[in-house]
Structures are given as structure tokens and as C-alpha cells.
Design a protein around this ligand. Structure first.
Ligand SMILES: [Fe+2]
Length: 205
């Protein structure tokens, strides 16, 4: 692809930080082919079409999300931009052979905010399972404290003065091919085997 073609699409689909089969058996290559290769890609492609001729055309993705979050006129741009951002964040929230014991700095924050690592994970799992319909469960930093929140559809804590540390996608497209309606099994497996605690530590403010 030449530079001229690239420059006409300012928001790019970021490369996955691992191979498409690297999250197996928790998340199959088939799911990543659809979820990353089609759903995430479509949000990016749609966004690039929608911003043509608008004030958002030369903005970085994060700025588009913030600029359109409370803007009734640009709901479609917000939805696609926020979903593009949330997905890029989700892929980095996971890693092959993840889960396990969090690094000391994160563990200390979990202990002071939730009582224990187990209590923090329990709250994150609860948010992920109880989010009604499509959405996201998040571990966020709010000043000195960690919190668990859930957002619906494309909504994202980065527009709510909260610092996101990790997310779990609970749209059906994230798990339906592998788990059908059993969201709880997907959530438990992701929390125990794929969460990238080092990414959360990198995001600490
Ligand atoms: Fe998704």
C-alpha cells in the first residue's frame, strides 16, 4: 500500500499484539478473525468514511472520542470512534498466558480499594456478567482508588474523568462463537487466563 492511500485513512487498525491463535483455547482464532478482522476493522473503516469533510478529519482517535462524547449531532462518529478506541484497548488488556498474580504495585492498590485481589476480580466479573446487553466492564483508576465500572454500547470511561486500566468486551460478538450464551464462562476464563496485569500497571497515572 502506498503513502497516498494510507494518508486518506488517518485512523488505522492497530496490529494485534499477538497472533490470532495466541489466545486459544480461551478465545479462538475464529473469534479473533471476526472480532478483530471484521468488527474492529469495520468500526475503523466506518469512522474514516464518516469524518470526511468534518472538523474531525485530522484528529487523533482519542481526541475524536472526547470531542464527540456529548455531541448529539455526531453520534455515529462517536459510536465508531469509541468502539475503535475501546477495541484497541481491549486487545492490549489481554495476553497469552495472562491472569495469575498481579504485580506488587497493582496488588497493593487492589488490596486498599477492594480488600483483596480476589474481591477486585469478583467485582470485575460481576460487572461483566451483569452488564445488560452490549457493553464493557472496566478496571479504572479514580485518583488514589481503583474502581470497577461498566459502560453500555460504545461508552468509555476515558470521557468520564476516569483512567481506564483494563477492559473486558462483553458484546456478544466477543464470545458467542466460542461460548454461545454463556457469557459467565467467557468472563471467568478471560479473568483467570488472559488479563494483562502489566498493561494495567503501565496505565496507572
Ligand atoms: Fe467487540
Amino acid at each position: 500500500m502506498n503513502a497516498a492511500i494510507l494518508s486518506s485513512a488517518p485512523i488505522t487498525l492497530p496490529a494485534l499484539p499477538y497472533e490470532r491463535n495466541a489466545l486459544q483455547p480461551v478465545i479462538s482464532e475464529n473469534t479473533l478473525n471476526f472480532h478483530y478482522g471484521k468488527h474492529h476493522k469495520t468500526y475503523v473503516d466506518t469512522l474514516n468514511k464518516l469524518v470526511v469533510g468534518t472538523q474531525f478529519v485530522d484528529m487523533p482517535l482519542e481526541k475524536i472520542v472526547r470531542a464527540t462524547a456529548a455531541d448529539a449531532e455526531h453520534v455515529a462518529i462517536f459510536h465508531n470512534a469509541a468502539q475503535a478506541w475501546n477495541h484497541a484497548f481491549y486487545w492490549r488488556s489481554l495476553k497469552p498466558k495472562g491472569g495469575g498474580e498481579p504485580p506488587a504495585v497493582l496488588k497493593a492498590l487492589m488490596d486498599s480499594s477492594f480488600g483483596s485481589v480476589a474481591a477486585c476480580k469478583k467485582e470485575l466479573a460481576k460487572a461483566a456478567v451483569e452488564q445488560f446487553g452490549s457493553g464493557w466492564a472496566w478496571l479504572v483508576q479514580d485518583g488514589e482508588k481503583l474502581k470497577v465500572i461498566k459502560t453500555d454500547n460504545a461508552n468509555t470511561p476515558m470521557t468520564q474523568r476516569l483512567n481506564p486500566l483494563l477492559t473486558v468486551d462483553v458484546w456478544e460478538h466477543a464470545y458467542y462463537l466460542d461460548y454461545q450464551n454463556k457469557r459467565v464462562d467467557y468472563v471467568d476464563a478471560v479473568l483467570d487466563k488472559l488479563l494483562n496485569w502489566e498493561f494495567a500497571v503501565k496505565n496507572l497515572g
